[in-house]
Design a protein around this ligand. Structure first.
Ligand code: COA
Length: 328
């Protein structure tokens, strides 16, 4: 097996890497949006927040059999490497997944990492494979989708009005694009509230959000050509940002949107801000991005508050994912 790096600038290798990922998606995640080479190149270039994963293509006798990623961050969790292994459905159960995991674990050890993680859909093969390699489930997450045409505008307005009734101390702000430098420090502090989302049994420390990371995150999505919409709830008396929700609309397929963080700072919980922010986002999208048809979101299965809000808004379950981890 030859395992080699995929540079985002190498069009041919990106296309081959994306083709393997698309075959895996069609087999294991039929509800997912097709994997495009253009977005794959952008993911390899920008990552989530400017620290992209290393993309790897595995071939045997000139045939592409698997795609993999190796991801680390410099901001926090320096003990950890996150691995993604996707074997083409036509080439499974021949030891390819094992060869790749072993190569990635060697790389992580060589870098001094002491823990490795990975994510899979909850399937028999993934469970058997992960267990065979000594990984244990640390967190279960659920992927849900909201179909905007199915949201009754009357129900949405009622939910919004009900939430407003509990949130009289707060103002809502709609902000698109990059955050002005002067607002980044306060936004970074608010962003850290995401660390209160359940992390299950994963051996992970809180994520660090210095202002430059928040700016890098925004740039990573805007530089893809996507649109970034952020609703912030501001506490009237103190002027503090109290909560936020972020949705990214794809530039290339603007009917597709993805929910990023929704979080409310601890001091401001209990005022229905979660529901208020998310209903406001749907109202804003209807005005500013009326072509958006779906929003996909991820939540820890145990995150009762956020899941409750999403269920009120009509989100339906697509799939259940397992986050695996082991010491190395
Ligand atoms: C999980 C996945 C990576 C396995 O790749 P693979 O190349 O088929 O795995 P291997 O051939 O190296 O299998 C190694 C061991 O895993 C277990 N395993 C793998 N697939 C299995 C299956 N379908 N049923 C039962 N056990 C399985 C077995 O113990 C196997 O050893 P064996 O063949 O000697 O019995 C592949 O199915 C895949 O890409 N799935 C989609 C993405 C994913 O879930 N990735 C897992 C991230 S943890």
């Amino acid at each position: 097996m030859e395992i080699s790096e995929v540079a985002w600038t190498d069009e041919d290798r990106v296309r081959r890497f994306a083709a393997v990922r698309e075959s895996v998606r069609a087999s294991d995640q039929p509800w997912g949006h097709p994997v495009l080479a253009s977005r794959t190149a952008a993911m390899l270039r920008h990552g989530w927040d400017g620290e992209p994963a290393l993309g790897l293509l595995a071939s045997v006798d000139g045939v592409d059999v698997a795609a993999a990623e190796y991801e680390v961050t410099t901001y926090d969790n320096r003990h950890l490497a996150w691995l993604t292994v996707e074997v083409h459905p036509a080439h499974r159960r021949r030891g390819h997944g094992t060869s790749i995991v072993e190569a990635l674990l060697d790389r992580a050890r060589a870098e001094g990492r002491t823990s490795a993680g990975g994510t899979s859909w909850d399937s028999g093969p993934a469970r058997a494979f992960a267990a065979a390699h000594g990984f244990e489930v640390g967190l279960v997450e659920v992927n849900r989708r909201q179909v905007l045409a199915a949201v009754d505008p009357g129900v949405l307005e009622q939910l919004h009005a009900d939430a407003l009734g509990h949130a009289g101390d707060y103002l809502l702000e709609r902000r698109s694009g990059a955050t002005p430098a002067a607002d980044l420090a306060a936004l970074a502090e608010l962003t850290a509230a995401i660390n209160d989302a359940p992390a299950g049994d994963l051996d992970m420390e809180d994520e660090a959000f210095p202002p430059e990371r928040v700016a890098a995150y925004e740039r990573a999505w805007l530089d893809r050509g996507d649109r970034l919409l952020r609703v912030v709830a501001r506490h009237r008396a103190s002027g503090e940002p109290a909560g936020q929700t972020v949705v990214v609309v794809e530039g290339e397929r603007p009917e597709i949107a993805e929910q990023h963080d929704t979080s409310v700072a601890r001091a401001h919980r209990g005022h229905r801000l979660g529901l208020l922010l998310k209903t406001e986002m749907v109202r804003w999208l209807a005005e500013a991005e009326p072509q958006v048809s779906t929003i996909d979101t991820w939540n820890a299965e145990s995150n009762g508050h956020m899941v409750g809000v999403n269920e009120l808004l009509g989100y339906q379950v697509l799939g259940r994912a397992l986050h695996w981890q082991r010491r190395i």
